[in-house]
Design a protein around this ligand. Structure first.
Ligand code: DC
Length: 227
């Protein structure tokens, strides 16, 4: 059977990654969380105190970064590896969330990440989630989904995730972070978050997780049959 690429873009925290992961599992496709890649770059820049306004420092730091995903049998998850260190937990923390939009707005950062993402999807069979997957990374993806949900629903889900990891964060702080990232991600000059004309929009505010996964799977099966 022919394989397709599936691009899932949308607002911060509306369940793109968990949906993409579940869809990939059902189809036996590769799942790639591009937000994790931008988070890993952000973590490295913070650790190295990279001056974001200096093209030279940014370029030098990008040359020192290697990002990979590795399956962890304990968590049964693909986890993010930055320069051979597992940073999966660290990149989800609030201080990284607060800095990731600034880092991901830098052109050199985007060029480096997009090249790696295109390489990962060149043989098809990939479900990739992010902000510019349908518009820039895979403009020819056979299926493009644009996910949204209300700020309150997204913040409550994010708070539950953080609580499970032992990070106690006020709901209002999460709402502010999500809305500020939405604003920065959709108004930036380089590859802003947009809903492309051929994307199917799914509002997950009122949907159960299984239903949102099923919706994407139904669309995917239709596109695979036509591929
Ligand atoms: O998906 P996420 O919330 O983990 O992504 C973190 C940040 O990374 C998000 O605020 C914007 C940026 N990002 C991006 O600019 N382009 C992508 N393809 C994915 C994420």
């Amino acid at each position: 059977m022919n394989k397709i690429n599936i691009a899932i873009d949308g607002l911060s925290g509306c369940g793109k990654s968990s949906t993409a992961k579940s869809v990939a599992k059902s189809l036996h496709y590769k799942f790639i969380d591009t937000g994790a890649m931008y988070r890993a770059v952000t973590l490295y820049f913070l650790q190295q105190k990279v001056d974001l306004s200096s093209a030279e420092s940014v370029g030098k730091a990008l040359g020192e970064i290697s990002i990979d995903f590795a399956f962890n049998p304990e968590s049964q998850k693909n986890e993010t590896i930055l320069n051979e260190q597992n940073v999966e937990n660290e990149i989800r923390k609030m201080y990284v969330s607060e800095n990731v939009s600034a880092t991901s707005a830098i052109k050199a950062v985007r060029i480096a990440m997009v090249a790696q993402q295109q390489e990962m999807g060149k043989d098809k069979g990939v479900v990739m989630d992010g902000r510019d997957i349908g518009s820039v990374v895979f403009p020819d993806a056979e299926l493009k989904v644009y996910m949204t949900a209300s700020s309150e629903v997204r913040a409550k889900r994010r708070q539950e995730e953080l609580t499970l990891k032992g990070e106690d964060v006020d709901l209002q702080e999460i709402i502010e972070n999500l809305e500020s990232r939405d604003h920065q991600d959709s108004t930036r000059k380089e590859s802003p978050l947009i809903k492309v004309a051929d994307a199917v929009e799914i509002d997950t505010s009122e949907l159960r997780f299984e239903d949102q996964v099923q919706k994407v799977l139904d669309l995917a099966k239709d596109r695979i049959a036509k591929a």
